[in-house]
Design a protein around this ligand. Sequence first.
Ligand code: ZN
Length: 306
Amino acid sequence: MALLVTLLAAGAIACDDSTLVNPRSFDGGQALQYAGTQVAFGPRVPGQQGHEAMAGWLDSLLRTKADTVLTQRWTHVTQAGESLPMVNFLAQFNPSATRRILLLAHWDTRPMSDAAVPELQDVPVPGANDGASGVAVLLGVADALDLIPPSVGVDLLFVDGEDYGDFSARPQVDVMIGSRYYAANQLTPPPLFAVLFDMVGDRDLRLQREGNSLIGAPEVVDLVWNAAANAGYSSVFVGHEGMSLTDDHVELQRGGIRAIDVVDFSYGPGNTWWHTPEDTMDKISAESLGIVGTVALEVIATVEAM
Ligand SMILES: [Zn+2]
């Protein structure tokens, strides 16, 4: 009983203390290696060989780290009538805890470079930043939680099919497929909140508060940006409001989850590396992945102290 009282008192102090100490550390160099492994599979486009190879790697890697790994497999029929094999992975830590948080990223990559010059538009996006970076952060978080298990539930969700289709169509077609599937087939109890990591590896990282996050879950934006400030990264997680993006967090919001997007939508001069063959490993850094991963761990520590 004395121990319990001491722990509760320590928890209360930590909760009120803006200098909350995160007990875990994040290895940015290892995260960069995780990104490199993904890119080496080639494009992770649903229905193609690199997608299948990465699915096998991710599944077996997660099983070495998480308490439980759940998979959701289904076939998505595109507007053009093509059948695509889809799989979401959910790696659970402390699966019996009722207070849970959800961290997610998309693991697929875009089949075409539609933002590139016309002669390159048929080339698949390598997806070092747009795909691999978010997954690398989640895998680094998995390593840290494997070493020091969380006292709250943490679910790491790797969604498929975010980047397959047409974002410019209205309504948008064949995009955010995995997050929509998860929103319709979610685990219970629902998480306290969810944080999406997308395009978080840019060497020149600058994360603004994203518009749909501020509309859908402003208190979660505050929690994450405060965690970043506690970790000493206010110069990267800046106070400005950035663009409003349609991304996987919007599908989770539609499913009733308080979800936000941590995203740097300024990738290269004038965002010219986004959705082009320029999205390669030399554009991302261990330092940027390390900053975002450290903030993710700080968010977990914040919820543990609540
Ligand atoms: Zn994309």
